[in-house]
Design a protein. Structure first.
Lengths: 659, 172, 492, 467, 104
């Protein structure tokens, strides 16, 4: 306790000094970027901020690749199963013996995978932004925020302690807030960033209470021991948490559901998703990084991280899967009607995360039944690639056209050839077309769902059809449809700097599916050989193609088919177009209930009742004193009468009454 | 009923009745005269109790001094023959109440209390005894109070002179 | 380390200020004095750590005892434990920042700084005294400077606010006084000595009477619901440094008193009334937060949020677990730094825009990036962002509160947790309307922070971040002391 | 015997010497007021300093006169008080037509007070009480041109005559019951019969009247307002202090057997006095009247201390009076200086005073803080010790009332502070040129206000005396 | 009728005392108020003499007390009359109801 820093360098030496430092550098380099740019960027690094940050991140990305390579191929495995390694950990805040927030690094397949994803996507976004954000007034600020975000996200994925995860979870939230509100002078951006923060904050409340419950019963905040204690059915901790119940539901379920609420908030799952579309107010590369590839999957990551515990509670898993599938379908429907391209992408993100979630929900813990877990992680991985690509592509389009609205676009394939190709690859990938990455991951998800729950499977199937429809609706609307009429001078596609990330990501989106994911990431760390059934893929692929062709039919050429169709299902279309009025509902809740029914009365009560009482005390004292002044009448004889009354009164009192 | 009893009652009645009249009459001179009678009655009581010295002092100081002072001041401040202003009813009522309650209470306590008479031999209030003690400084001497009173009288005199012999006319 | 230095130094500073002629001299001597305090506090902190590391396990370190009114069994008894050291550090931070922030007070500069230094004197004395009499003495010393600061240099309905503050605080200390007398006569020996009293078995009846008196009395200082109404008016009318001292130091006197005097000396009483405390503080937390939501004046926002945040302090104390109490202390430190910074920023903004209405501002990032950055940091700290002190403190309180397994405590904890959402709402609202959004043309020519303001902000931010990033030092400081208190409460 | 006489009565003798010196000077050649005042100031300072030498205890005149260390200290306090009065109000005194007479009356009153606290006998008690009252009543009329001055004087002499009538009746009853006047003997002979209670009530009432305990206080404010400010301060500080001292003796020594009775009475009256005094002070506009009511409230606190019936009670009361001398005289000194220079006595006239007169503003503020009992001023210690002494009997309800009264009192004290420091005024009272001796007086008061509390040996000294 | 003793005398003195008080309370003229005070003081004197005579004849304390009271009464009356005369000069009246400038 007397040491300032109590670093337990567990195993650092056994793994070689380099690993520990490398690991530490991965998050610290972006942090360094954040600090140096935040403090001195304005003065000293006005021009070179981007390069500086990018270089830092490149180093970080390289290190994480190095770590990933080492973990997966060199030292991660022990007796055929990937181990959870904690090379660094120190006590950050000791609550009581055994209960402490430790900061540390936990290496296991999912965290290593996330390391790679986060650093890679972030690097891409950094590079892309070099061109995209050039000339912005707050260029260094932008990069410093990116650095902060990357740092927090890395901290989140490497967390070894549930509270550490919570800490970085919040940091991620705030950096997202900062980045969404980057264009601070736009009221809509300000509103969006506040909304995003508050809604995720609300969800975090659940997460926090969940942590409290878990920590109370588990007696620890450390992931490994928590999982260990709460998964062995004969440990006392498990017995108490499973037997303790509130409103008929066990404490374990409560805790997990609450934790899941936190995840749902950050991952924009129904009904906490309303912040995500608005979050598109941020710069587009930010959307690619945060609201597509990394932060929004934090919820998925959280559930995956605690998956062994989740698997102890069927109810909790059920909740996860139901919310997941609802979100998937719900978002897909809305996505078909939106006209802002970034919003479409946002809803598609939500839908895809729904996929991952229900995939986790239908998963089991060990062996074959753990397919859902692997699939979710796989989809997370591939989704990060192609969704980032989509957003960056959209960014390229927006960069060109200075608008987000579909109606301003059309026929851009000639002007933006590289963007066009890469965007198409991404669309195919997300639609699950073989052999692109999305195909493999989505196939696995559907398979897992199929084995587990038919309803979910069918809804998922339909949703994947819808996915390809709206994605290609987007694609055709941007690149085909009407001819683009340039106003004034037309500048071409962004330069090489902007295109390179697109190309790199499209390569990934095209090829990542062939990674044997089950070899690396599984629920129990053991190898999972996913059986691949060709006949199973027929239905989804066919549905996907159907979606593509429908979209082509409707949007390839400018025509009135979309309008007619929209007209024909008028009310439903309207409902979907208005995002099922959820925003309005939230607005109602906050404005009418929170502000008018609680806030206002509280303020009124304070001003009038509490304060009024205090003032009344003072005033009544003055009042009494005013009323009493008659005693001091100025008449000596009156005084004398009081005097005598006093004498007689005292005498009577003490002779007869108060003896 | 002995003569001394009769004398006592007569003196008491004189004292009390003229006392009452002194505080109720609306003619200020009469009030002063009644006060005089009452004081004389009290002096009579002292005689009756055989405290001749104090009776003499009473007559000298009160009857001869204070009353005269009062009458002079009445001359200075009062137009002759003017009736004293009436007091308001409430005040009279409350005063009567207070005085009566006080009287009843005090008298009750006095009557209920049995005074234990001392058993030591009495010292007679003769001139000799009084004179010795007045200037004595031992256990039963009263020279210190005597000095104090003299300072008080001196101070009172100076005070009276300063206040009463004001030269300038009133402004405020 | 001689603790009397902590009292003598401000005294010396005050004398020097009195002797100075020009306002520049006054300012510099105040600054030098405040810096000396700051250094002294740091020295105290490090020597304290060193002593502890060397294994000095006595409850109070650096004890000294001078005779003072021996016939009343009063002694000038000083000593510190971890909690006191934490509070002293807080005071030193706030004092130096307050002195810096008020650099351009031109009206009666000498008096202004004199009062500031006197206030700090009261606070230091309060935190280091181990005798309840001198504790009370220093508690009251701190009241009148506040009154004058608000009344003379304040704004708005300052006289009303100053009066209200002085009277309510005096009311609180009157209750404290009665409670202290109860302790004095209630134990088996007439003494005001804290350590002696703590070893005594104070009769249950006395505890039952004196605990609420003391707790409410000190609670008034800490904005215990419903005795918090001085907070909004007082804070909003006070000059910048006044608000900083008021919220940063003065409100902590109450929390410290609740803990050190009420709870520590009367554990049975504390257990008896714990539930009431919890209910009241939970109400304060939520109610303060909701009331903040409706405020439009920046100072009112911070004032009401202080009600809410100080609720955590009392909640932590009421929860009666070691962690919760440690959390309460951390929350005191954290809130002290944070709210002082917040008021400093509000002062800076007000000085430039001449308004505190959030509706009239907007887009200030553009012209004053430094100030708005500080505003962001302080806002985020207030809503409990990890990496800043607020998070650490609140989480410790929650963790500690949660250790009580019964539904009552659970519900209270959850209700208190809910405030983090409401806090986010009002903080973001305030920040959004002030710093973000389109800028008003008339603000375009405003200047960013000057050196003194920057320095003040940086000092406070350093404190906030030091706790936020590395809470273990504070925890190491506070927890053993909290454990001592808890052992007494638990009846060991 | 003569030695004893000289040593034991030395304070009285010195005072009498000064008194006669003044008389002779008055009779002799006309001396300019300034010179005379300077002489008087020096003499009074000498008197005060001399009070600390040759302190012995013993009794004279068959127990009529008794003295000891504590009594000597009490006399020193009084001596200090009159010295301060002679300094603080020198402006007014210099302009007075009757300066020597004023001091003759003042000193004879002080002599009365000395005898009063030294009295060991009801007769001496009564006589010196009158000696301490009648000259003051005459002094109250010393603003001869003012209507209110004579009104005040009239009210004072008539009310005090009535109260001494009641007192005398009480004394006569006690004499009738016990057959003795001597304090020592009375105590042994009291048994608490109802006639004794009645007698005690009569007797106590006189104290209540002089100390202005509610409901016997009504004369106080009128007299204070009307009398010249020097007399007011004398009445409010020195006269009250003296009565408190002798009350201690009477209650603790003479009526010790009836402790249970007078404890209740004192407590009850203490609370009523505090509350009523505070409530009236709340709405006063005239500073003298305001201070009158505030002093009534202070008396409530003194009663609280007295009620403890212990050495702590004695020492805390004496200590409080000492502090009260400094605090209240400082306040009166400022009020007097302003009244003399600007002719203003209303609180609202004090607005903005700080801008023009920072020194006296601080003196006033400090004295008010001390009266309100705010640390680090001495008043804090004084009040706190009184309350602590009062609490020693465990009557917390009364203590709580007392503590809450401190808040009300703070409110009205702050009202003046607020007027002086905060309120704006277009025409504040112009810069006042203080007489050097006035300034000296204020500095002494300020020093006393700050130091008496912090230097704990003052209190310890009193404690050692009061055993 | 009984043989008069202590209680009889005390009755007289008490009655006189309260007669004086009554006068003090009801008389509006300042001089008559002063006269009432004299009655009060005299009643006390009777008390002292009576107690001295009937209960404690072994010393002359009561007697001396009365003597001093008489002296004081004289001094008091003198000062009071001086004050009253001064008041009369400034107020042109010695009606107590006219002297109430100082109040509240």
């Amino acid at each position: 306790m007397n040491e300032f820093l109590q670093i337990k360098l567990l195993g650092i030496f056994s793994l070689g000094m380099n690993l520990g430092w490398a690991l530490l550098m991965i998050p610290l380099l972006p942090l360094l970027g954040f600090l140096s740019l935040g403090l001195f960027g304005k003065k000293y690094l006005k021009q070179s901020a981007g390069i500086f940050a990018t270089l830092l991140l490149a180093a970080s990305a390289f290190l994480s690749l190095h770590i990933a390579y080492g973990y997966f191929f060199k030292y991660g495995k022990l007796e055929g199963a990937y181990q959870k390694i904690i090379p660094i950990q120190f006590t950050w805040l000791q609550f009581s013996p055994g209960l402490s927030i430790d900061l540390g690094i936990l290496l296991d397949p999912i965290s290593v995978m996330m390391l790679v994803v986060v650093t890679f996507i972030s690097l891409m976004v950094h590079i892309y932004s070099l061109a995209y954000m050039k000339g912005e007034e707050r260029y260094p600020t932008y990069y410093s925020f990116l650095g902060l975000f990357t740092f927090s996200m890395l901290g989140l994925v490497m967390a070894s302690n549930i509270f550490q995860l919570y800490i970085f979870w919040e940091l991620v939230g705030v950096s997202s807030f900062l980045l969404i509100g980057y264009y601070y002078d736009r009221p809509s951006a300000v509103a969006a960033c506040k909304k995003a923060f508050i809604i995720t904050r609300f969800a975090d409340l659940g997460f926090l209470i969940g942590i409290l419950i878990l920590s109370f019963y588990g007696g620890t905040l450390d992931f490994n021991s928590l999982i260990e204690k709460l998964t062995s059915t004969n440990s006392t901790e498990f017995k108490t948490i499973a037997s303790a119940s509130f409103v008929g539901i066990s404490a374990l379920t409560w805790a997990l559901v609450l934790v899941f609420i936190g995840g749902a908030g950050k991952s924009a799952l129904f009904p906490l998703h309303v912040w995500l579309p608005d979050a598109m107010e941020g710069p587009t590369p930010v959307s690619a990084l945060i609201h597509a590839a990394t932060m929004v999957v934090a919820g998925v990551f959280l559930v995956a991280r605690l998956f062994p515990v989740f698997s102890m509670s069927e109810v909790a898993l059920k909740v996860v899967s139901i919310i997941g599938i609802i979100s998937a379908l719900f978002a897909a429907v809305i996505a078909c009607t939106q006209t802002d391209i970034k919003r479409v992408l946002a809803y598609s993100t939500m839908s895809q995360i729904g996929f991952m979630m229900f995939s986790l929900g239908v998963s089991g813990q060990a062996g074959e039944s753990g397919l859902g877990f692997t699939a979710a992680m796989f989809h997370l991985f591939t989704h990060a690639l192609f969704k980032a690509l989509l957003f960056l592509g959209a960014g390229s389009v927006i960069h060109f056209i200075h608008s987000n609205e579909m109606k301003d676009m059309g026929g851009l394939r000639k002007y933006l050839p590289i963007t066009h190709i890469t965007f198409l690859i991404a669309c195919l990938a997300i639609s699950g077309m073989p052999p692109f990455a999305g195909f493999f991951s989505k196939e696995e998800i559907l398979l897992a769902a199929y084995h587990h729950n038919a309803t979910i499977y069918w809804i998922a199937l339909a949703t994947s059809g819808l996915t390809s429809f709206y994605m290609f609706r987007l694609y055709f609307s941007i690149f085909w449809n009407k001819e683009y009429i340039a106003h004034g001078e037309v500048h071409g596609e962004g330069g090489f700097v902007m295109m390179m990330p697109l190309i790199l990501l499209s390569l990934g989106a095209a090829a990542a599916g062939f990674i044997p994911f089950g070899h690396f990431v599984t629920a129990d760390g053991n190898l999972l050989e996913s059986a691949f059934h060709l006949q199973f893929s027929i239905a989804p692929v066919a549905l996907g193609l159907l979606g593509i062709f429908t979209a082509m039919w409707m949007y390839k050429k400018q025509n009135n088919r979309p309008d007619t169709i929209a007209h024909s299902m008028n009310s439903f279309y309207k409902l979907a177009y208005h995002k099922f009025y959820l925003d309005e509902l939230y607005l109602f809740v906050t404005k009418k209930i929170l502000f008018n029914l609680i806030g206002k009365p509280a303020a009124w009560f304070d001003k009038n009742v509490v304060n009024g009482l205090v003032n009344a005390t003072g005033n009544s004292t003055v009042f009494i004193s005013e009323k009493m002044k008659g005693f001091q009448s100025g008449k000596v004889q009156q005084y004398a009468i009081y005097f005598l009354a006093g004498v007689i009164g005292l005498a009577v009192l003490f002779i007869y009454i108060w003896k | 009923m002995s003569g001394s009893t009769i004398i006592f009652y007569l003196l008491s009645i004189l004292t009390l009745v003229s006392g009452i009249l002194s505080v109720t009459t609306r003619k200020i001179f009469r009030a002063a005269i009644f006060l005089l009678f009452s004081l004389i009655g009290i002096a009579g009581l002292y005689f009756w109790m055989q405290y001749e010295f104090i009776a003499a002092v009473q007559i000298t100081v009160y009857v001869g001094g204070i009353t005269v002072l009062i009458i002079f001041s009445i001359f200075l401040t009062q137009q002759a023959g003017e009736l004293l202003p009436k007091q308001n009813k409430n005040r009279v009522l409350f005063a009567l109440l207070a005085a009566f309650c006080g009287f009843a209470l005090t008298l009750l306590q006095i009557i209920q209390h049995s005074f234990n008479k001392t058993l030591e031999s009495p010292i007679l209030p003769t001139m000799e005894n009084i004179g010795n003690q007045m200037l004595g400084i031992d256990e039963n001497g009263f020279s210190l109070p005597f000095e104090v009173v003299s300072i008080l009288l001196l101070a009172a005199m100076i005070g009276c002179i300063v206040i009463a012999l004001r030269s300038k006319p009133t402004t405020v | 380390m001689n603790l009397t230095l902590l009292i003598l130094l401000p005294l010396l500073t005050a004398v020097v200020i009195l002797l100075m002629r020009s306002s520049v001299q006054v300012k510099w001597s105040a600054l030098i004095g405040a810096s000396a305090q700051f250094i002294l506090a740091l020295i105290l902190f490090f020597t304290f750590r060193k002593e502890r590391a060397l294994g000095n396990a006595s409850q109070m370190l650096f004890e000294i005892q001078y005779k003072w009114f021996p016939s009343w069994h009063i002694s000038f008894h000083l000593g510190v434990d971890g909690i006191s050291v934490a509070m002293i550090l807080l005071t030193a931070f706030v004092v130096i920042a307050g002195v810096l922030v008020s650099w351009n007070v031109e009206k009666m500069t000498k008096e202004f700084y004199l009062l500031l230094i006197l206030l700090s004197l009261g606070a230091y004395g309060f935190f280091i005294s181990l005798d309840l009499f001198i504790l009370f003495f220093f508690l009251e010393i701190a009241v009148i400077p506040k009154y004058l600061l608000i009344g003379i240099w304040g704004s708005g309905k300052k006289e009303y606010a100053a009066n209200k503050l002085a009277l309510m605080l005096m009311g609180g200390s009157a209750l404290v006084l009665v409670g202290l007398l109860g302790l004095y006569f209630g134990g088996n020996e007439n003494t005001f000595d804290l350590l002696l009293l703590s070893k005594m078995k104070i009769p249950i009846m006395v505890q039952k009477i004196c605990f609420p008196l003391l707790f409410v009395g000190f609670g008034v200082f800490t904005a215990l619901f419903p005795f918090h109404t001085w907070v909004p008016d007082g804070h909003s009318s006070a000059p910048t440094a006044g608000s900083m001292f008021l919220a940063g130091i003065s409100m902590k006197l109450g929390g410290y008193g609740c803990l050190r005097v009420a709870t520590y000396l009367m554990p049975e009483g504390a257990r008896e009334y714990a539930n009431i405390i919890i209910v009241l503080s939970t109400i304060a937390i939520l109610y303060g937060a909701f009331a903040t939501m409706m405020q439009k004046d920046l100072k009112y926002i911070n004032a009401y949020s202080s009600v809410s945040h100080c609720g955590f302090v009392l909640l932590g104390i009421g929860m009666l677990t070691k962690t919760a109490i440690a959390g309460a202390v951390m929350q005191m430190v954290s809130h002290g730094l944070m709210t002082a910074l917040f008021f400093a920023v509000i002062g800076m903004i007000y000085e430039r825009t001449h308004t505190r209405e959030v509706n009239e501002m907007g887009g200030l990032i553009k012209v004053m990036p430094f100030i708005t950055t500080v505003l962001f940091i302080v806002g985020l700290c207030s809503l409990g962002l990890p990496g800043l002190s607020g998070f650490v403190a609140e989480m410790t309180v929650f963790m500690g509160s949660w250790q009580n397994p019964d539904p009552f405590h659970r519900v209270a904890t959850i209700a208190a947790c809910m405030s983090i959402v409401v806090t986010a709402v009002y903080i973001l609202r305030a920040i959004g309307q002030t710093a973000m959004g389109p800028i008003n043309d008339r603000y375009l020519s405003l200047q960013d922070a000057k050196w003194n303001e920057k320095l003040a902000a940086i000092i406070l931010i350093a404190g906030i971040i030091a706790i936020g990033i590395a809470p273990f030092w504070l925890n190491d400081l506070v927890t053993p002391a909290a454990e001592v208190i808890m052992q007494k409460v638990a009846g060991k | 015997m003569l030695n004893d006489f000289l040593l034991l009565m030395k304070s009285e003798l010195v005072l009498a010497f000064i008194l006669f010196l003044l008389l002779i000077l008055k009779v002799g050649k006309e001396i300019r007021n300034e010179r005379l005042l300077a002489l008087i100031q020096i003499l009074l300072l000498g008197n005060f300093i001399f009070g600390f030498f040759f302190i012995e205890s013993g009794s004279l005149f068959g127990g009529m006169f008794a003295t000891n260390g504590l009594i000597a200290f009490q006399k020193s306090i009084i001596g200090l008080g009159i010295y301060l009065i002679s300094l603080l109000f020198s402006d007014w005194l210099k302009k007075s037509e009757h300066l020597p007479e004023f001091f003759i009356l003042l000193l004879s009153a002080v002599l009365g007070m000395f005898f009063l606290i030294s009295s060991g006998n009801l007769l001496m008690f009564y006589l010196s009480l009158e000696l301490a009252t009648i000259p003051v009543a005459a002094m109250a009329n010393f603003d001869l041109d003012k209507k209110i001055s004579s009104e005040a004087s009239m009210k004072m002499i008539l009310s005090s005559a009535l109260s001494s009538g009641v007192l005398l009746f009480g004394i006569s009853l006690i004499y009738g019951v016990t057959g003795t006047m001597s304090f020592d003997q009375i105590a042994a002979l009291l048994d608490g019969s109802s006639l004794q209670i009645l007698a005690f009530v009569f007797l106590f009432t006189a104290f209540a009247f002089k100390l202005s305990i509610v409901p016997f206080h009504l004369w106080t404010a009128d007299v204070y307002e009307g009398a010249p400010i020097a007399v007011t301060s004398f009445l409010s500080v020195i006269s009250k202090g003296t009565i408190a001292f002798i009350l201690l003796t009477i209650l603790y020594k003479v009526f010790a057997p009836m402790y249970a009775l007078w404890y209740n009475m004192v407590m009850l009256l203490s609370v009523i006095t505090m509350v009523v005094g505070n409530l009236f002070a709340l709405r006063q506009q005239n500073i003298k009247r305001f201070l009158a009511f505030s002093s009534i409230a202070q008396v409530g606190f003194i009663l609280l201390g007295i009620s403890s019936y212990s050495n702590e009670g004695t020492s805390s009361v004496v200590y409080f009076v000492l502090i009260y001398v400094f605090s209240n005289l400082a306040a009166f000194g400022v009020a007097g200086a302003i009244s003399q220079a600007a002719g203003k006595e209303r609180i609202e006239d004090y607005k903005g005073l700080y801008q023009t007169n920072p020194f006296i503003s601080w003196v006033l503020a400090l004295s008010l803080f001390s009266l309100a009992g705010i640390p680090p001023t001495a008043g804090f210690f004084g009040k706190l010790f009184l309350i602590t002494a009062g609490a020693s009997k465990g009557n917390y309800f009364f203590i709580a009332v007392a503590a809450l009264n401190m808040i009300i009192s703070l409110y009205y004290y702050l009202r003046i502070v607020r007027a002086v420091f905060m309120d704006k005024n277009d025409q504040p009272i112009a810069k006042i040129n203080l007489d050097p001796s006035t300034k000296l007086g204020m500095i002494i008061c300020t020093a006393g206000i700050i130091l008496i509390g912090l230097l704990s040996w003052v209190y310890d000294y009193i404690t050692t005396l009061s055993i | 009728m009984m043989e008069p003793g202590l209680n009889h005398v005390l009755f007289v003195s008490t009655a006189l005392f309260f007669i004086g008080i009554f006068g003090f309370l009801t008389r509006r003229n300042l001089i008559t108020m002063l006269m009432s005070i004299e009655l009060v003081l005299n009643s006390v004197n009777i008390n002292f003499i009576a107690f001295n005579k009937y209960v404690w004849p072994h010393k002359l304390d009561g007697l001396f007390f009365s003597i001093f009271i008489i002296a004081i009464a004289a001094a008091e009356a003198a000062v009071a009359i001086a004050i009253i005369i001064n008041l009369y000069r400034s107020h042109q009246s010695i009606d107590v109801e006219n002297t109430e400038d100082l109040k509240f």
